[in-house]
Design a protein around this ligand. Structure first.
Ligand code: ATP
Ligand code: MN
Length: 462
């Protein structure tokens, strides 16, 4: 007999025929005559109930069926007598694949704190919460590829190891094969990279954007979806040292087209989640965040507010609030400011544009006012910045002068500059932090709990 997944069985009628399931025991209860086992195989948040007549099975086997044990069960798929499920399995054979010591298995029935579960990240996928998060994460990754593929965008693989910190987005992780106890030095004491693997300094990428632009200026519309690395020492619920980013980049898009795409894209993903992850979202709405489904529907059904950074600063200044970080034209917005705008002032997602050039990256298109650039940040409830993007500077001279002004390594950027020399074009793009988006869709509150194995300062276990 072939195995059937529990998700399939739970949506099928009580056929009375024999089925075979495999999974892990969530709970066992009953008495010396009859035993009820809740079995889960990860295909759905729901368990299937196995009913075993104890007289048909070995006493030792029955004792060894404890929370966490792995079983193969065959039996008849019958209508359930109990509440909470339509069908259950009347067991005929049970094979114990793996015992689970009742004394030491850490996932007992009582709820555990998120902090504790992080310490057992190898087992936490077996909880309802993490099972739900991982299934939703998968569905969102799939929907991202589907959305772009259906729109005619190409998935471009940008490098993970890069030769320069062109973007200056954050501290970078160094990549080297040097023996760190014996690093070759030049006469002046600096590191001699000529003998290193790449013959020059190399780092893990902080963003695929610059290479993404090369793709857009050749094949039109591309997106990247890969891991990015930032060695920033930000111990916040919204920062990871290793996170996944989606970066579409489009030739012939201006900032308005860019905003339209960003809004359509995130709404598509939310709709996809509501349609395809119903059971998991309902569970999270009940157990983690009672406002989740309402918030998802709200974002889906409302047009995002669009305004300039300058207008937003005015609202913040006029709010009469006491801020932890000062507000003022020219200062970057902090999460507390972004969340005030979204959660209290507008009560709606907000797209801010036209930021001061001094607080944004060199490649953003310069406005005629000489002070601002065509940047756009999308701000979400509970999160703050979820997307950062811009129209890119396509003018060679303007781009070069900005690179010089900021004393960026001009010679490392020769290839990037050449795109503005040979057939430059207006183009735009943005980056969506995948985990920040998963935080929003799941209602989880810490970014460490929406990635299977989080990497944060002083933490690279598992
Ligand atoms: P923040 O100000 O919140 O640190 P950022 O300005 O550094 O963000 P960008 O460089 O614009 O962010 O990156 C694009 C997107 O990547 C952000 O909008 C956010 O969703 C996500 N992101 C940035 N840094 C991190 C991080 N350390 N961990 C997880 N996601 C991140
Ligand atoms: Mn940052």
């Amino acid at each position: 007999m072939k195995r059937t997944k529990i998700k399939i069985l739970l949506s099928s009628p009580a056929t009375g025929s024999d089925v075979l399931v495999k999974g892990w025991v969530r709970t066992k209860r009953g008495n010396k005559n009859i035993v009820f086992i809740a079995l889960n195989d990860g295909s759905t948040i729901k368990n299937i109930q196995i009913v075993a007549d104890a007289s048909m099975f070995d006493d030792g086997l029955m004792r060894d069926i404890t929370t966490g044990a792995c079983l193969e069960v065959t039996g008849e798929l019958v209508e359930s007598q109990g509440q909470g499920q339509n069908v259950e399995i009347k067991a005929k054979t049970i094979v114990l694949y793996g015992k689970s010591d009742a004394e030491s298995y850490p996932l007992q029935k009582k709820g555990h704190s998120m902090e504790f579960l992080r310490e057992i990240a190898h087992l936490r996928p077996r909880t309802n919460t993490f099972g739900a998060v991982l299934r939703i994460r998968h569905s969102m990754a799939f929907a991202i590829h589907k959305y772009f593929n259906d729109k005619g965008f190409y998935y471009l693989h940008t490098p993970i190891i890069t030769g320069s910190d062109a973007e200056g987005a954050g501290e970078m992780f160094h990549v080297t094969t040097f023996d760190l106890a014996d690093v070759p030095k030049n006469k002046d004491g600096s590191v001699d990279y000529s003998g290193d693997f790449f013959g020059k300094p190399a780092n893990l990428t902080v963003s695929g954007q610059l290479e993404g632009e090369l793709g857009a200026l050749a094949i039109g519309e591309i997106y990247t979806f890969g891991p990015t690395f930032r060695a920033e020492n930000s111990n916040t619920p919204r920062h990871l040292a290793e996170f996944w980013m989606i970066e579409p980049e489009m030739a012939f898009y201006d900032i308005e087209d860019n905003m339209d795409l960003a809004e359509e894209f995130v709404k598509y993903l939310i709709r996809y989640a509501l349609e395809n992850c119903k059971d998991d979202l309902e569970f999270l709405n009940n157990m983690i965040d009672k406002g989740l489904l309402e918030r998802l529907a709200f974002v889906l059904n409302n047009k995002f507010i669009r305004m300039t950074y300058t207008e937003a600063v005015k609202i913040l200044e006029d709010s009469g609030r006491k801020w932890e970080y000062a507000v003022g034209w020219g200062r970057d917005l902090q999460a507390e400011h972004e969340r005030y705008l979204v959660e209290e002032h507008f009560k709606c997602p907000v797209i801010l544009t036209d930021y001061p050039k001094a607080i944004k990256a060199f490649y953003m298109k310069q406005n005629d006012d000489g002070k601002t650039v065509r940047a756009m940040d999308v701000l979400f409830p509970g999160i703050g910045e979820i997307i950062g993007g811009s129209q890119r500077e396509e003018d060679y001279e303007k781009l070069l002068s900005r690179i010089r002004e900021l004393k960026l390594p001009e010679k490392d950027l020769w290839w990037y500059l050449e795109t503005r020399k040979f057939g430059t074009a207006p183009h735009s793009g943005f980056g969506l932090g995948f985990e920040r988006f998963i935080l929003f869709v799941t209602g989880m509150s810490n970014i460490r709990d929406v990635i299977p194995f989080p990497r944060t300062p002083k933490n690279a276990e598992f």
